[in-house]
Design a protein around this ligand. Sequence first.
Ligand SMILES: [Zn+2]
Length: 365
Amino acid sequence: MDFVILDLEWNGTYSRRLKGFMNEIIEFGAVKVNEDLKILDTFSALVRPQVGKKLSGKIKSLTNLTNEELACGLQFMQVISRFNKWMGKAVLMTWGTADILALTENCKYFCGNERVPFLKKYVNLQSYCEDRLHYDVNKRMGLSTSAQLLGIDEQSFEHHRALDDSMLSLRCLQALYDKEAMKPFIQNADEKVFYDKILFKTVVVCDLSNPLIKRTDLMFNCEFCGRRAHRESDWVLKNKSYRASFLCRNCRTRFYGRVQFKLKFDGLVVKKTILPFKEMEAKETPTVIQTKEIRAVARDSAKPKEGVPAAKTAKLPKPVRAQERSIPKEKPVDPPKAKEVKVKPRYRYPPKKKAKTNSLHPRGN
Ligand SMILES: [Zn+2]
């Protein structure tokens, strides 16, 4: 089994036909390796733009490509057909799924194909490398970050050119490769569910009456004594998550509970965070305890039911895809690290007697 690591460069451009923005692929770069990751061959091709005839300034400076160079490129369809032949039955690998999204978009636009012809088996190298490096599951690891963590000298690669980026991805893979560990990452990409998953847009649920939300999602336990805390305020929606203040009637600890609901393809992701009471007001949000639960849901339950207003179920995404997708390609950048300081709550009083507390204040949220 051979692997092909593919990287694409694209240019965000307006399409009159689509009446919106699209990411038009301008360069293919790929390296083919065998099962032991020995290089067998490389592929490199420029694509003559047909939608956006002029490169954006950002892409020009990012890639050092010129409009003149691209004008000598092949048509997208020709490149697809050559790449398809060159790739054979190899497993396709890309760093993150952004390139797959761009491929899907371009194949649909230029060929009317809903699927990418050479996409049969697929590995998301980013997921594989994140897993091998035990990277924070809540974050995405950019290619540069990965190279840095692995001590790979990026300077020897021409960044943001397709072939070089595919080579850099290969170097990361070589540093972390294990035949057995790779196996579960090989996905069958020749089926509808693969595309459904890739094209799925995560929705933040901003409605507490959503039937996917359980009552217990809104309950918080005291991090000191473990008792269920009493909610003292209403839930307030801020930055796409809900917050309320809580009091532990057992040990008198006061804190903020924050909960966020994200509807992903695999289900509802519930992220709960406990924040110290005072620090929150000072606009600092050190994370004390964070739990995350992914609850599988039936695909249909996410969609608004007939006869039920959309607001009662998941708040559906605004049609922002075109806008989002028009952003020129940049490998994902890791967000600034959240402070993970353990702060003792300021409002902590000697615990009351257990029995008394329980009888006076039945526990609830
Ligand atoms: Zn307590």
